[in-house]
Design a protein around this ligand. Structure first.
Ligand SMILES: [Zn+2]
Length: 142
């Protein structure tokens, strides 16, 4: 009798016990009184995840202002890579500490066999041409 008063909307759901229509947000079924699962009330909670990317984007500028060190210079990075890059010095300069340590290890341990520094020197030259950002994500100054 009352059911024709409610205009059915996509948000409207049915009671899982008596199949009667339940208003969105209602705690109990009006027909049988069974509790409505909280999962069915999601339309109200749906906008929450959308705020996450907006929040992350707004954090970015604040993070940019927190840099305490001046930006790295690309010319310095390239010169270090070309001349002493086989020992990872350019990566230490740009903040890529792990990569620098790896090159230092390969360069030093491979020193008696020549091939070690050769590998890291080629590696360093490639980085001199391709790496344009320091480890903190900032573009290096040209
Ligand atoms: Zn019911």
């Amino acid at each position: 009798m009352l059911s024709h008063l409610f205009t059915p909307t996509p948000n409207q759901m049915k009671c899982e016990y008596c199949n009667n229509e339940v208003q969105p947000g209602a705690a109990n079924c009006p027909a049988c009184g069974a509790p409505v699962p909280a999962v069915n009330v999601t339309p109200a909670a749906a906008p929450a995840p959308r705020q996450a990317p907006v929040h992350a984007a707004s954090v970015q500028p604040q993070y940019q202002q927190q840099y305490s060190t001046p930006p790295k210079r690309r010319l310095v990075y390239i010169l270090l890579a070309v001349f002493i890059g086989e020992f990872g010095v350019h990566n230490f300069y740009a903040g890529y500490t792990k990569r620098g340590l790896l090159q230092l290890l390969i360069g030093l341990l491979g020193l008696p066999f020549v091939i070690g520094p050769l590998i890291t020197a080629v590696w360093a030259i490639i980085e001199a041409f391709t790496v344009t950002q320091s480890a903190d994500g900032r573009e290096m100054l040209s």
